[in-house]
Design a binder for this molecule. Structure first.
Ligand SMILES: NC(=O)c1ccc[n+]([C@@H]2O[C@H](COP(=O)([O-])OP(=O)(O)OC[C@H]3O[C@@H](n4cnc5c(N)ncnc54)[C@H](OP(=O)(O)O)[C@@H]3O)[C@@H](O)[C@H]2O)c1
Length: 430
């Protein structure tokens, strides 16, 4: 008869130390709910001499993964190292050796989640990955449990805190992108190389994970359309503001009659949309489902304790299953393949820099018209002797027609450049 659940943590940085803190501080609370103690037996790190964010008995620390993978007493391996190949091989090895797994690794789960979950299912093991999406927000658990009987139609989310911080700064302080990025770095909200955040990769991984669970399928990360925020300018933020909109890096996933459409990119949203009100590094996920209707989850998308809590909750869930001797199928790896929408429909904000001459607007309007792109509104902004800036808001149109029209517009001799194109969700609910 088992007396305790034994776990090992691989990686003892921000999230690893937060997880350890929660497990030790709330040990009794957790024991009362699981029915057994959860005990950390080993912690894997790279540098044994590094000062840690939380004090741990030195005998727990190791640099040898085999101390964990080869220990038959360890029930759960908690991967909090990040990275790809090493993390993947430790996770697969842990499953091969009959250990349950918890991870916060979004890139790994987005790219190789199916392999991991399939192996776990084959071996009757659980993989918890709540912390891989939106740090402290229990969104995966909600999709897997409360929403599992419902049909999810749409998932929209601000799932990257760094970009939301940058866009909030640009909007509140009128700063340019580079300045706001610099502030994010100095606050510790952006990494030295911010590419994964600002170019939308991180958000794309999270949207792939959420869509897999929400739409009961396996999402191919390569099918997630991705655009970052590095081309957003102060002028676009100003014009959006004048139009009653705000710019957010949004993940949008839709199930349109069985076909998926998943994208990450800057979107203009009405200022009163619940997601438009999410400021700074916070995250939020907005869900529309058939039975429930609209739901929104809001909270910290990262951080030592918030993310550590999500990891600890996954460990506790697995602990409960072990304590109950439960064999239920926990991983939702029963994913059907789905196809993808080939040509999405959207409205667009387009800022075009033109030669200041009569007839120019008519020329551009005629190209839009030839491609079936209807214009909702057009307004001329900065006008100088030689040049003018014109903003066009289109009606909903197939992306392919819109892009063809833009290519032709770029080639007109009255057009200096197409300075920006941003999707508009004018009613905010896609
Ligand atoms: N930070 C957050 O708020 C947050 C939120 C959600 C999800 N996540 C995810 O959580 C994971 C961990 O993130 P983090 O911010 O905690 O990272 P971190 O602070 O950089 O910590 C990483 C830890 O892993 C250890 N490590 C890395 N590679 C290793 C290897 N090959 N062998 C042994 N140990 C290794 C490091 O050891 P040393 O300390 O000895 O160098 C360090 O302790 C990542 O997948 C991340 O995407 C993080």
């Amino acid at each position: 008869m088992k007396k305790e659940i034994t776990i090992a943590i691989m990686g003892f940085g921000t999230v690893g130390s937060g997880t350890y803190k929660i497990l030790t501080k709330n040990r009794e609370l957790i024991r009362d709910q699981v029915g057994m103690d959860i005990v950390v037996k080993k912690i894997l790190v790279r540098d044994i001499n590094k000062k840690r964010l939380v004090e741990v008995p030195q005998e727990l620390i190791t640099t040898d993964a085999e101390d964990i993978l080869g220990d038959a007493e360890i029930d759960v391996v908690v991967e909090l190292m990040g990275g790809q190949e090493q993390a993947y091989s430790y996770i697969m090895e842990a499953l091969d050796r009959d250990k349950h797994v918890v991870t916060a690794n979004k890139e790994l789960m987005a790219k190789r989640g199916r392999e991991i979950l399939t192996k776990a299912d084959e071996r009757g093991l659980s993989v918890g990955f709540e912390a891989s999406v939106c740090g402290g927000i229990p969104i995966i658990r909600a999709l897997k449990t409360s929403l599992s009987t419902d049909k999810v139609n749409r998932i929209m989310g601000i799932v990257n805190g760094t970009t939301n911080y940058i866009l909030t700064k640009m909007s509140q302080e009128g700063s340019e992108y580079e300045e706001a990025l610099g502030q994010a770095k100095s606050m510790g909200f952006a990494e030295a190389d911010p590419t994964s955040d600002v170019e939308g990769f991180d958000a794309a991984y999270k949207m792939a994970i959420l869509s897999s669970i929400g739409f009961h399928t396996k999402v191919d990360i390569n099918k997630v359309k991705r655009e970052g925020i590095s081309k957003i300018t102060k002028i676009d933020i100003e014009y959006a503001n004048e139009l009653g909109w705000t710019i957010k890096l949004l993940g949008i996933a839709k199930d349109i009659e069985g076909k998926l459409e998943i994208s990450v990119g800057p979107v203009m949203l009405p200022k009163d949309h619940p997601l438009a009100l999410v400021k700074g590094v916070n995250n939020a996920v907005f869900i529309n489902s058939e039975a429930i209707g609209e739901l929104m989850f809001y909270g910290p998308g990262a951080g030592q304790m918030a993310t550590g809590n999500s990891v600890a909750a996954d460990i506790m869930d697995i602990g409960r299953q072990i304590a109950l001797g439960n064999n239920m199928k926990p991983n939702c790896s029963c994913f059907a393949d789905k196809t993808y929408v080939e040509d999405s429909r959207s409205s667009y904000y387009t800022r075009i820099n033109v030669v200041n001459r009569p007839g120019v607007l008519a020329q551009i309007a005629s190209v839009f018209g030839n491609y079936g792109v209807s214009i909702e509104s057009v307004f001329q902004k900065k006008t100088e002797a030689e040049r003018a800036e014109v903003v066009w808001i289109t009606s909903k149109v197939e992306e392919s027609s819109f892009r063809k029209a833009i290519e032709l517009i770029k080639s007109l001799d009255v057009v200096n450049d197409v300075s920006s194109i941003i999707r508009v969700e004018a009613n905010g609910y896609c």
